[in-house]
Design a binder for this molecule. Structure first.
Ligand code: GLU
Length: 309
């Protein structure tokens, strides 16, 4: 049955656009499509260009949040960033002038993620980026590298993100320098993964931090709980409420076209229990979510009753 969902999605005419505001992402083929599902026993279902690597973009915000929270403790992180949805675009500046002055609303928007990037363990950009790379490698089983072309292309055009970082710094919501925070954040956005890696990360979240073959949780239940709540309420930009209602799975998307999902208790074909799901298709809608990715996830959730509500 999942095959008919995949076929439906494949024959759906293209709509949306490539994330051309990041010049290096404008060159991707719009026909790329991949999906991967993995359960707690290691059973895998994989479709399309499953080994195709793409950059994490905003999906990295979940990983940075986890690493920073595990390093400093949640309470310390929450002094610097809230957990409230904004309903605004991911790169919006407007809310930094309202409510508690300068405090970013949540770690899934750029403002919050730049603050979190500045709180990662390490004395310089390289060490902070490595702290997330190491976490990711433990989960996926291999090293991840920064796509230099994407990183350079973003850094050169990071006018809004630099403005946000300056604003955060002015209000004491940034450790270190503005450039360090920006470089850390943008390198993390430029880390490369494929759908199998992301599905494993989804499984890790679904199981509150279990690593295949080990019987201890790598993160605390509280960190996992906050991460998934943030994904559900803020993970799909200013369409998060709509997708919480229509799909009902903790998810995080990025403008390169990837979507990460953590299913707590599912039954999808021969997969059971905790299931990590990842989908990738680079054409995104006006809000920033993968068009075909969201069509796939909606049909999957309907078909296999995956909503937590
Ligand atoms: N690096 C991108 C930016 O900061 C991330 C955007 C996204 O995926 O939401 O604009």
């Amino acid at each position: 049955m999942i095959h008919s969902i995949i076929e439906n999605v494949k024959i759906t005419p293209h709509s949306g656009h490539l994330a051309s505001y990041i010049p290096a992402l404008a060159n991707q083929s719009k026909d790329l499509f991949a999906a991967c599902l993995v359960d707690e026993r290691g059973e895998i279902l994989s479709f399309g260009d499953a080994n195709y690597s793409f950059t994490l973009q905003s999906i990295s915000k979940v990983m940075s949040f986890i690493v920073a929270a595990e390093h400093l403790g949640l309470e310390k992180i929450l002094e610097k960033v809230d957990v409230e949805p904004t309903g605004d675009p991911f790169n919006s500046i407007v809310r930094l002038e309202v409510a508690e002055k300068g405090k970013p609303f949540n770690p899934m928007i750029n403002a919050g993620a730049i603050t979190v990037a500045s709180l990662l363990p390490g004395d310089d950009v390289e060490a902070r980026v490595n702290s997330v790379k190491q976490y990711l490698a433990q989960i996926t089983g291999h090293e991840h590298t920064v796509n230099e072309e994407v990183y350079r292309s973003e850094l050169e055009t990071a006018y809004r993100n630099r403005a946000i970082a300056n604003y955060l710094k002015a209000n004491d919501y940034l450790e270190g320098t503005v450039e360090e925070a920006l470089e850390t954040y943008l390198q993390l956005c430029s880390l490369e993964v494929n759908t199998e890696d992301l599905a494993k990360f989804g499984l890790f979240l679904a199981s509150d931090g279990l690593i295949a073959g080990e019987n201890k949780n790598l993160i605390t239940h509280k960190t996992a709980q906050f991460s998934k709540a943030l994904m559900m309420t803020c993970g799909l930009y200013n369409a998060s409420g709509k997708y919480a209602a229509t799909i009902g799975i903790p998810m995080k998307s990025g403008v390169s076209g990837g979507v990460l999902c953590a299913v707590r208790n599912g039954e999808i074909e021969h997969l059971r229990g905790y299931i990590g799901i990842a989908v990738f298709s680079p054409m995104i809608d006006e809000i920033g979510n993968s068009v075909k990715g969201m069509i796939f996830l909606k049909q999957l959730s309907d078909q296999y009753h995956l909503s937590v509500f």
